[in-house]
Structure formats: structure tokens, C-alpha cells
Design a protein around this ligand. Structure first.
Ligand code: SF4
Length: 89
């Protein structure tokens, strides 16, 4: 499984989650190129270890476990994954 960042992150990009993630799988970080242009932050599904730390850190409750994504946000599972397919290609 993986955790997923959902719609409330759009335009928020608080990045508290980046600071608590033990495996640095949330990008772009504020010091990475592309942060200013990014619509939101994304969790790398291949790297996330399901530790749950980011859920509490997020001030807008944007993050859920992959199997708890509300139906209206299900597309964000693919949106998070797609960001890393694009970066690695
Ligand atoms: Fe990082 Fe843990 Fe959140 Fe996964 S659940 S993105 S490993 S903080």
C-alpha cells in the first residue's frame, strides 16, 4: 500500500509532511526545483513505508492511507503515482 495526498493540498503545499517523512518520499520539497510550479505535493508509492506520520502533520487533512481514500478523491491515487512516472522517465 501507500499513502496518498489528496485535493486539499492543491494550492496549500504546506510541506509539514516533508519534514516528518522518515524516507523522504514526498516531493517536490520546498528546496527542490519545480516546487513553485507544482500544484501540490505527491507521495512516491514505491518508497512510502506506510508509517502514518504525514497524516497528523498535514494541517489540511489532505493525506490518507491508500485504502482509505474517499471515493471523490480516488483519482489522486493515480495522480500521486503519475508524478513519479513522469520524473523518472
Ligand atoms: Fe512518508 Fe510515512 Fe507518509 Fe509514507 S506514510 S509518505 S513513509 S510519512
Amino acid at each position: 500500500m501507500t499513502y496518498v495526498i489528496n485535493e486539499p493540498c492543491i494550492g496549500t503545499k504546506d510541506s509539514s509532511c516533508v519534514e516528518v517523512c522518515p524516507v523522504d518520499c514526498i516531493h517536490p520539497t520546498p528546496d527542490e526545483p519545480g516546487f513553485a510550479e507544482a500544484e501540490m505535493l505527491y507521495i512516491d508509492p514505491a518508497e512510502c513505508i506506510d508509517c502514518d506520520a504525514c497524516v497528523e502533520a498535514c494541517p489540511v487533512d489532505a493525506i490518507t492511507a491508500g485504502d482509505q481514500v474517499p471515493p471523490e478523491w480516488e483519482k489522486y491515487i493515480q495522480i500521486n503515482a503519475a508524478y513519479y512516472e513522469q520524473v523518472s522517465s
